[in-house]
Design a binder for this molecule. Structure first.
Ligand SMILES: [Mn+2]
Length: 350
């Protein structure tokens, strides 16, 4: 596996000079943040990220993400133009050494949480989603502003988007994803890039918006839409694992054996009795996921893709981007390194 770390560019409070000090760290996961979705990424921006990483002894070879514009997800008439831009961005990334591009196909909002700084008994804070905080919210009537949601939409724009997605529905979203893949996968194949779709987070519909990258049946359907290693998964253990229906170690084993995982996001979550969940430390004992079994599945399948410690808690007084501090993600990286070493050596003896 290739150990990687997400870095939000020059404005990230975590400098590359610190990231390089994490034992075994190899790759940087980043993106161009200075243009809007649907625009071409300036080559200077990609060249800058690559140079900054190289100066710090790191490789810039994973992009997270090239965002998919809503008009593509909705199948609107201007999508061909936007798909041409998307393809051009993949080509540009490849020109600067990128081998894996992450994206998601979630309508309107990315991840949903109700609180970003929930304090645990040890004084650390983390992201949580509690149903009792969410249940009574209606984005169409309330002026809700959940953490992580794009606040640039006006309420009328949100209403229009919700109505558009209601009309598209789940099957329409599948059709639009198929159309997207048909345009994008040949480009990725041509330039040696693996596209890695991130599961929906959480993996079930919220506020009536359709969600499709959610469970084994749907992951199978997705991979069949384009039967190519360029159409692969970014298997996020915390996103799939916050719903009880998903047996994450089994999913990892299945898709790693098929060589359809390009990128692993490893983190732990604790599922509460009512289906709410809390992000926890990476250790198996801290949450609902058996992280040892997940890594063992990867090792036994000969996984050689990218792995990053996903969201960390805020610990030791660190402040910054929730989920993306240095300390707890570095602890996660150390733990992941340990699990890989143990599984690899056990495998050799067996
Ligand atoms: Mn993730």
């Amino acid at each position: 596996m290739k150990l990687s770390f997400r870095w939000y560019g020059a404005g990230d409070p975590v400098p590359l000079a610190y990231i390089r000090q994490i034992p075994g760290m190899r790759s940087v996961v980043s993106a161009v943040y200075d243009v809007k979705p649907g625009q071409v990424w300036p080559e200077e921006s990609l060249a800058r990220i690559k140079a900054d990483c190289e100066e710090n002894g790191l490789v810039f070879d994973v992009v997270e993400s090239i965002p998919v514009p809503e008009d593509i997800k909705l199948g609107r008439p201007n999508r061909d133009e936007l798909l041409a831009v998307y393809g051009e961005n993949i080509r540009r990334c490849a020109r600067y050494g990128v081998k894996c591009v992450t994206y998601n196909f979630m309508p309107v909002f990315d991840w949903t949480r109700t609180q970003l700084d929930k304090k645990a008994s040890d004084g650390s804070t983390s992201l949580v989603m509690y149903w009792d905080q969410l249940r009574d919210l209606d984005p169409l009537t309330d002026d809700i502003n959940l953490p992580g949601w794009d606040a640039s939409y006006t309420r009328d724009e949100i209403k229009a988007l919700f109505a558009a997605y209601a009309a598209v529905g789940e099957e329409g979203l599948w059709e639009n994803l198929a159309y997207f893949l048909k345009a994008v996968i040949p480009v990725a194949e041509e330039c040696g890039v693996r596209m890695a779709i991130h599961p929906d987070d959480p993996p079930y519909p919220l506020f009536g918006l359709p969600r499709i990258v959610t469970c084994e049946e749907n992951l199978d359907r997705l991979l069949k839409l384009a039967d190519s290693p360029a159409n692969s998964l970014c298997l996020c253990t915390g996103s799939l694992g916050c719903a009880r229906m998903n047996d994450v170690p089994a999913l990892v084993r299945k898709y790693a054996a098929m060589d359809r995982i390009a990128f692993m996001h490893i983190r732990n979550v604790k599922i509460m009795e009512d289906g709410s969940f809390e992000e926890r430390a990476h250790l198996s004992a801290c949450g609902s996921l058996d992280v040892y079994e997940i890594v063992r599945a990867l090792v036994e399948c000969g996984f050689d893709g990218y792995v990053r410690p996903d969201h960390g808690r805020m610990i030791w007084g660190e402040t910054g981007k929730p989920g993306y501090g240095l300390y707890d993600r570095a602890l996660g990286a150390a733990y992941i390194n340990g699990l890989f070493e143990a599984c690899e050596k056990a495998g050799r003896k067996g």
